[in-house]
Design a protein around this ligand. Structure first.
Ligand code: CA
Length: 241
C-alpha cells in the first residue's frame, strides 16, 4: 500500500467468522499491511491496548457484545492516548445503525457482503487521512514533570534524558499520574482510568504496577518520583520537594 510513511501500518481485524477474517487478513497483508486478529470484543480491547494498531476493522456483531461498545470504550476512556482509526464491518445497513456507529467515533463503515477491493480502498483512504492528521498535530503533546518527559505522540518516556522502556499499562499509569501531577489520585481513580475495561481487576494491581514503575523510573541517586499518600492514593513529587 503506497502510504507516505515508511513504517507499515498495523490493522487489527475484529471478526468472529474465520472465513471473513482470513480473506481480510490475506488481502491486507498482500497490500503490505501488518495484520492482527481478534475474535471477540474483549480480545479486541486487549490487543488494541497492547499493539496500538493504526486502524481497527471492527465487526458489529460479536460473540460477547457488539462493535459499538468496543468503539465507545476505545474512544471514551482512552481520551487522546492514541489515534486508532475505526472502520465498522456491518451486515446491518440500516441508516440509523451507520449514523450511530459514526457518532461513536467510527471513521467509516463497510457493509457485508463486501468486495475486497472496496475494503482496500476504504482502509487506504482512512489511513491516509488519520496518519496525516497525526503527523500534522503540532506541537507534540509532551507531558513534563521534574526531569520526566512523556511524549504522547511516540509513546516514549525519558527520565533525565534517558529513555525508559515501559509496557503499555505502565505507560498509561504514568501518563495518568502526570496528567494529574498537581494532585493526589486515589486507587479507585487509577483503576477506573487505567484499567477501564476490566472491572474484574483486583485493586492490588495498582500497587503492583506502581512498584514496577518505581523500579524502572528511579535509579540510585534519583529522588523517588511517585509518592504514596497513606490512606489516600498516589501523587508525583512536587517540584520543590
Ligand atoms: Ca460477527
Amino acid at each position: 500500500m503506497d502510504l507516505d510513511t515508511s513504517r507499515p501500518a498495523t490493522v487489527l481485524i475484529v471478526e468472529d467468522e474465520p472465513g471473513i477474517a482470513d480473506v481480510l487478513g490475506i488481502t491486507l497483508k498482500f497490500h503490505g499491511l501488518s495484520v492482527l486478529f481478534a475474535e471477540s470484543g474483549r480480545q479486541a480491547l486487549e490487543l488494541a491496548e497492547r499493539h496500538r494498531p493504526d486502524l481497527i476493522l471492527l465487526d458489529v456483531m460479536l460473540p460477547d457484545g457488539n462493535g459499538w461498545s468496543v468503539c465507545r470504550r476505545l474512544r471514551g476512556e482512552r481520551e487522546k492516548s492514541w489515534d486508532t482509526a475505526i472502520i465498522f464491518l456491518t451486515a446491518r445497513d440500516a441508516p440509523q445503525d451507520i449514523v450511530s456507529g459514526l457518532a461513536l467515533g467510527g471513521d467509516d463503515y463497510i457493509t457485508k457482503p463486501f468486495n475486497v477491493d472496496e475494503v482496500v480502498a476504504r482502509v487506504r483512504s482512512v489511513l491516509r487521512r488519520t496518519r496525516r492528521s497525526s503527523e500534522e498535530r503540532a506541537p507534540r503533546d509532551v507531558l513534563r514533570h521534574l526531569d520526566v518527559e512523556l511524549d504522547e505522540a511516540t509513546f516514549t518516556v525519558r527520565r533525565a534524558g534517558r529513555p525508559v522502556e515501559l509496557t503499555p499499562t505502565e505507560y498509561n499509569l504514568l501518563r495518568y499520574l502526570m496528567r494529574n501531577a498537581d494532585r493526589v489520585v486515589t486507587k479507585e481513580q487509577i483503576l477506573r482510568h487505567v484499567w477501564s475495561y476490566d472491572s474484574a481487576v483486583e485493586s492490588t494491581v495498582v500497587e503492583t504496577y506502581i512498584s514496577y514503575l518505581r523500579r524502572k523510573l528511579d535509579r540510585s541517586g534519583d529522588a523517588p518520583l511517585i509518592v504514596t499518600r497513606r490512606g489516600v492514593g498516589y501523587g508525583l513529587r512536587a517540584a520543590t520537594g
